[in-house]
Design a protein around this ligand. Structure first.
Ligand code: SF4
Ligand code: SF4
Length: 286
């Protein structure tokens, strides 16, 4: 009969309306308390009725699989062997599968040998172009890029502030374990442990991650940079005989606020050098 559906709909709305007040009484009007637990309880499966989320004072809890823009996983800053180390190996798979092509990666070169190093020197994502599809996170073979829950990224700048660089994208592994605990456990089981695949391989070889050849070369290079130029010959005495690399012409500061990275100046210099190399390669191809 005509009008039955309309009446059913109105009754449903009325039921929600009444349930809202019944629920208020059930929770003793606790929903108005600033206590986060009350708010979470109100959003639980037992809650009924309709209620308004007082955003931004209140925020609806994000489900684990919610995804916004990606972030890069780095080792925890208090990790005993690899503090702040990138999980990304700059393999470039994420950049290839990204449908709108908003990822740009520059692979690092070892400053001592000039050989490619499996970690990104620069990593950019234009989050205005990113369509939050999550392909990059799905395809990454190293669990190094994940979809973030942070959705409050609006700004008035439409030019550069939404092109996220490596600093802005990097977050500790423990952050991922916090926002997606179940997925983190599943991934760790698939990986064979909590550690990065490379760290696990190095541990199986028996030397630990810090003993890998690349880490050795890098540590030596950083040590050389810390030495004044005049003392370079003394430092060379402690090096293996095969290491004949000359001392750097200008000893830049190897310190910096974060012990796991180069200084800001050094990173900026390496970044600019990488961009120049990339531009040169691009002009050669044209
Ligand atoms: S797929 Fe993963 S490891 Fe490869 S470049 Fe992207 S983030 Fe890095
Ligand atoms: S979420 Fe999708 S669009 Fe965004 S960077 Fe990853 S692959 Fe590209």
């Amino acid at each position: 009969m005509n009008g039955i559906g309309f009446i059913k709909g109105m009754l449903l709305t009325l039921r929600h309306f009444v349930e809202s007040y019944v629920d208020d009484v059930r929770y003793g009007f606790k929903k108005y308390s600033p206590n986060v637990d009350n708010f979470q309880q109100r959003q639980g499966t037992q809650a009924a009725g309709v209620f308004t989320v007082q955003y931004p004072d209140e925020k609806v809890a994000m489900p684990e699989r919610f995804r916004f823009v990606p972030f890069l996983v780095v080792e925890d800053y208090d990790h005993p062997e690899r503090p702040g180390k990138d999980w990304c190996t700059s393999c470039g798979i994420c950049a290839k599968v990204c449908p709108p092509q908003c990822i740009w990666i520059v692979r690092s070169n070892d400053p001592a040998t000039g050989r490619p190093v499996p970690e990104p020197e620069a990593f950019f994502i234009d989050i205005d172009i990113c369509m939050n599809c999550g392909f990059c996170a799905e395809y990454c073979p190293f669990d190094a890029i994940k979809m973030d829950h942070d959705y409050e990224l609006a700004s008035y700048d439409r030019t550069t502030s939404h092109i996220f660089d490596k600093d802005k994208l990097s977050k500790e592994f423990k952050y991922w374990k916090t926002i997606a605990p179940n997925r983190a456990i599943d991934e760790a089981q698939a990986r064979g442990g909590w550690e990065h695949k490379d760290a696990q391989k190095a541990a199986r070889r028996g030397g630990g991650a810090a003993d890998s050849k690349r880490e050795e070369v890098r540590a030596r290079k950083e040590e050389e940079q810390k030495q004044p130029v005049a003392s370079a010959p003394v430092a060379q005495e402690t090096k293996p005989a095969a290491a004949e690399t000359p001392a750097p012409a200008a000893a830049t500061s190897g310190g910096g606020e974060k012990p796991w990275t180069d200084s800001e100046e050094e990173r900026e210099r390496r970044k600019q050098a990488a961009l120049a190399r990339k531009a040169a390669r691009a002009s050669k191809r044209e």
